[in-house]
Design a protein around this ligand. Structure first.
Ligand SMILES: Cc1cc2nc3c(=O)[nH]c(=O)nc-3n(C[C@H](O)[C@H](O)[C@H](O)COP(=O)(O)O)c2cc1C
Length: 325
């Protein structure tokens, strides 16, 4: 399937694996790229710029297809070594960067000069237009259903995507709630040029996370996520567990007095314990409502081939049949 996104990124299928903390290692990115999608290494999971450079080298040994790097710009005082990460990306020969969080404007000239395409992840039309205005090449439009940070507007993809299509000139992919061929066809119908998936890619054989994480996603329904940190205006959609229940109880009792310090135990530094040790109640971890549509743990190639096969069958058999004379 050819779309503006497959053309822009030089990939076979319009399917991107979004950056995921402690999931987006070289093994994940290479598996997605080898299957014809765009795999993405999560920059900030690698502690230093040197570690990111090394991860890019490792990924290059596992695939000769294009892959990208996610850089999440956090609203924190002690910023990570962003100049170092940018250098590692450029010197590593990366051609696609997925940015997220704060405005990436400052870094665009260096990335563009190196021939790198930038896709910025946005949770609103307003931010998507801003990304277009500052010169991003594409956007990933992340609806309210998404795993991770859905922003504060709470607009689901059935509204957000066509609204983005009404306003944007640059291409965009649909992110949040995407799982299968039906999602892909719906996303294309709503104006997107492809899909970005997070949660679905965690429940694959190659995802470099503990088996407990994959099983938790398969066991979860669409009713099992919760929004945390809303009082801090840093809303995150996570899978419900004991730590999340504790966190929500603190939010209820402290109300507008809640500070980040109050919930450190539930949110800070918990990813390695969950993703690597499989300690499923160690803290809050991002997970999308799409868990309700995830029932198996295929290989990444099986998953991507299945999505493309389903999408083509829906378009050719069902949709074309509906309009046939
Ligand atoms: C476990 C997990 C960790 C994530 N970490 C990041 C991250 O570090 N940076 C980022 O930009 N997005 C992150 N995301 C968001 C994904 O890139 C993607 O936008 C989101 O998962 C899409 O929604 P879906 O889960 O419904 O597919 C994360 C998502 C998950 C599930």
């Amino acid at each position: 399937m050819k779309t503006k996104i497959t053309e822009m990124f030089g990939i076979e299928h319009p399917i991107i694996q979004g950056g995921m903390h402690f999931v987006g290692f070289a093994e994940m990115a290479a598996a997605v790229s080898n299957a014809g999608g765009l795999g993405i290494i999560t920059g900030l999971t690698l502690r230093t710029a040197d570690a990111l450079a090394n991860e890019i080298r490792r990924c290059r040994e596992m695939t000769d297809k294009p892959f990208g790097v996610n850089l999440t710009f956090l609203p924190v005082l002690s910023a990570p070594d962003y100049p170092g990460y940018i250098r590692a990306i450029i010197e590593g020969g990366i051609k696609v960067v997925e940015t997220a969080g704060n405005n990436p404007q400052k870094w665009l000239p260096a990335l563009h000069e190196a021939g790198i395409k930038v896709i910025h992840k946005c949770t609103s039309v307003r931010h998507s237009l801003k990304a277009e205005a500052i010169g991003c090449d594409a956007v990933s439009v992340d609806g309210f259903e998404c795993g991770g940070h859905p922003g504060e507007d709470d607009v689901p993809n059935f509204i957000l995507l066509p609204r983005a299509a009404e306003e944007l000139k640059i291409p965009f992919v649909a992110s949040g709630g995407m799982a299968d061929g039906r999602s892909l066809v719906a996303a294309l119908a709503l104006g997107a040029e492809g899909i970005n998936m997070g949660t679905r890619f965690i429940a694959t054989r190659e995802a470099p996370v503990h088996e407990n994480v994959k099983q938790a996603i398969v066991a979860a329904s669409e009713l099992d996520t919760r929004l945390v940190m809303r009082p801090l205006r840093n809303t995150e959609r996570v899978l419900r567990n004991d730590a999340v229940d504790r966190l929500l109880e603190k939010e209820r009792t402290l109300g507008s007095n809640l500070k980040f310090e109050d919930i450190v135990a539930e949110v800070a530094g918990v990813y390695p314990r969950i993703m690597q040790e499989g300690a499923m109640d160690a803290g809050a971890w991002s997970c999308g409502m799409v868990a309700g549509l995830i029932h198996d743990i295929p290989s990444v190639k099986e998953l991507i081939d299945r999505i493309m096969g389903e999408a083509e069958a829906i378009i050719r058999d069902r949709l074309a049949g509906l309009v046939a004379a």
